[in-house]
Ligand binder design. Structure first.
Ligand code: ATP
Ligand code: MG
Length: 564
């Protein structure tokens, strides 16, 4: 491709609404174009890299025996009503009606249509197992779309679904996908870890996430160097510490004017955050619930949501907090609530004594509060996030933490969807059973961004060759120099003849501009044809490590071939 013809629009400035390198670089390199919040177009240069990633995923899926098909994105409500997810998805689902007022959604994930397709086409155990997949757009009205294609509202997912006759079969299908995922992320050169994941209200017997390590990752990973345990923070269980027996001191009300946050309280009361218990009110599917964790802990909303099988969960509105506690926000506590609400305390709180809580009265706190004497919780549960140093749930050694971006997710579903949608098969004895299912997703567009997160510098993207939009760019320094142009054209045409995807930057621009663009869009090898063109000598520069060499034109062609 001639750069003079390329639909390319690069920009030097960092777009103001892009917070992270991959998002900035995808915009600056002209890979994507924002159409609306969380909705992006892939431009030619971006689509090329996207297609490379897609091809690697497709190849490994096919190798693992999965068969590709394509489902509609526009789906009838009935399928999702039958599984219960029409309600469960809540506001994340894009819904619409047709001219006859029938309800539809834009598929957020496709367990239902796949299950129905298999239900209607497979009768006997002899036709199983089967794994089907598609690479297709998904729609989710995310609460906080951000980071470009990393958390988008329209994005591409490879989703696969396996159907087996028994658990042993599922284990095999799952393992095949696990291996295929490893092969995909290995081929893409990503630095990733596989972690145990939350199976949530979906039930199921096991689930793992493929996490690309990244300082900007939205997920926290807990891991143990001693035994190799690794889990998403959402999932990592926190045990119940031992109770330290202490004499219950008399409860005291303390005047704490305008002291609301834990930090302010710690300073005001000259105490430690560990001596406090914070009480946070949530609205879970319309019901207000009080959740209590130690002052220095964070509530784990995934664990909390699972306890209540929540569809929609938010912090309670100010009015609700003020009505129920009878105080301004910041003084909630379990003693003196004005309405009966469910009080959930964290495991760790259950062993505490003489702690400090809000007094359900503006500008007051209670000191020396004790469970049993002063209030009775409705539930004692694990509702906090694990933190570094917590005991590993497997071996007890201290856990460490890192951040990651989830690029893939594999899940043993069991019979949740097959039972709900009547996806049964006849076994050897002619008896009808629900199929045992698994589901497997990769965020294709998110993976592309993850590659950039791990492969860039101040000048731009450093594509690994497997995902590069073009392998090499030939840059004549002076387009009006006949000798330079002739050699550049020769190298370009030879490379094309060998079947390589290459660019020739034939624009009448200063070489500095061309170099900058080549670096920004991340072409792995640059071949500069300059003043030594008359000797047949060119300069090659590797984007990955910045190494440059002056070599013959023939050797430059070999260098392109040798790129891996
Ligand atoms: P997350 O916790 O990041 O919201 P999820 O659990 O909702 O992810 P899955 O439903 O398991 O994600 O989807 C499978 C894959 O699709 C994820 O591993 C991720 O790579 C990708 N994905 C999910 N949501 C988005 C999104 N909003 N934008 C881009 N990719 C996404
Ligand atoms: Mg999600």
């Amino acid at each position: 491709m001639r750069v003079s013809n390329l639909f390319l629009s690069t920009q030097r400035e960092i777009p103001s609404d892009a917070e992270i390198p991959s998002h900035q670089l995808m915009l600056r390199a002209g890979m994507i174009r924002k159409c609306a919040s969380g909705i992006y177009a892939f431009m030619p240069i971006g689509l090329r890299s996207y297609k490379k990633v897609e091809a690697i995923i497709r190849e490994e899926m096919d190798k693992a025996g999965a068969q590709e098909l394509i489902m509609p994105a526009l789906l009838p409500a009935e399928s999702y009503q039958a599984s219960g997810r029409w309600d469960k998805f809540g506001p994340e689902m894009f819904r619409l009606t047709d001219r006859g007022n029938r309800n539809f959604c834009l598929g957020p994930t496709h367990e239902e249509p796949f299950t129905e397709a298999v239900r209607d086409n497979i009768r006997s155990y002899k036709q199983l197992p089967v794994t089907l997949y598609q690479i297709q757009h998904k729609y989710r009205d995310e609460k906080r779309p951000r980071f470009g294609v990393i958390r988008a509202r329209e994005f591409v997912m490879k989703d696969a679904y396996s159907f087996d006759v028994d658990e042993a079969g599922l284990d095999k299908s799952y393992d095949a996908m696990y291996k295929a995922y490893r092969a995909i992320f290995d081929k893409l050169g990503l630095d990733y870890t596989v972690v145990d994941a939350d199976t949530g209200a979906m039930g199921g017997s096991g689930s793992q996430e493929f996490m690309v390590k990244s300082p900007i990752g939205e997920d926290a990973i807990c891991y143990c160097d001693a035994c190799g345990y690794a889990a998403n923070e959402e999932k990592a269980p926190c045990g119940v510490p031992e109770k330290v027996e202490a004499e219950a001191l008399p409860i005291e009300k303390i005047h704490t004017p305008n002291v609301k946050t834990i930090e302010e309280l710690v300073a005001f009361m000259n105490a430690d955050a560990k001596d406090f218990v914070k009480t946070i009110l949530y609205n879970i599917d319309g019901k207000i619930v009080a959740v209590m964790v130690r002052g220095d802990r964070e509530i784990n909303e995934t664990k909390l949501g699972n306890i209540f099988d929540a569809t929609e969960m938010n912090l309670a509105a100010f009015d609700d907090v003020e009505r129920i506690t009878g105080a301004k926000v910041g003084f909630a506590g379990p003693v003196g609530l004005k309405e009966k609400i469910t009080v959930v305390i964290d495991n760790e709180v259950s062993v505490m004594s003489n702690f400090i809580v809000g007094a359900c009265e503006t500008d007051y706190h209670f000191k020396n509060v004790n469970i049993g004497r002063d209030f009775e919780p409705d539930m004692v549960k694990d509702v906090r996030n694990a933190i570094p140093g917590d005991a590993c749930p497997k071996c007890g050694k201290p856990l460490a933490m890192a951040r990651g971006t989830e690029v893939g997710h594999i899940f043993k579903l069991g019979t949740k969807y097959s039972s709900a949608l009547g996806c049964n098969f006849l076994d050897k004895d002619g008896k009808e059973n629900p199929m045992i299912m698994g589901c497997y997703g990769i965020g294709v567009s998110r993976t592309l961004a993850a590659i950039i997160e791990q492969n860039h510098d101040d000048d731009g993207i450093k594509w690994p060759v497997v995902a590069a939009p073009y392998r090499a760019v030939v840059i004549p320094v002076k387009t009006n120099d006949e000798e330079q142009m002739a050699l550049a054209e020769k190298i370009y045409n030879d490379l094309l003849a060998f079947g390589y995807e290459v660019l020739i930057d034939d624009r009448n621009e200063r070489p500095g501009v061309k170099f900058k663009d080549a670096d920004l869009i991340g072409i792995p090898l640059r071949i500069t044809v300059g003043r030594r063109a008359n000797e047949g000598i060119v300069e090659v520069k590797y984007r990955a490590d910045g190494k440059t060499e002056e070599i013959t034109a023939e050797a430059a062609i070999e260098a392109v071939k040798a790129l891996v």
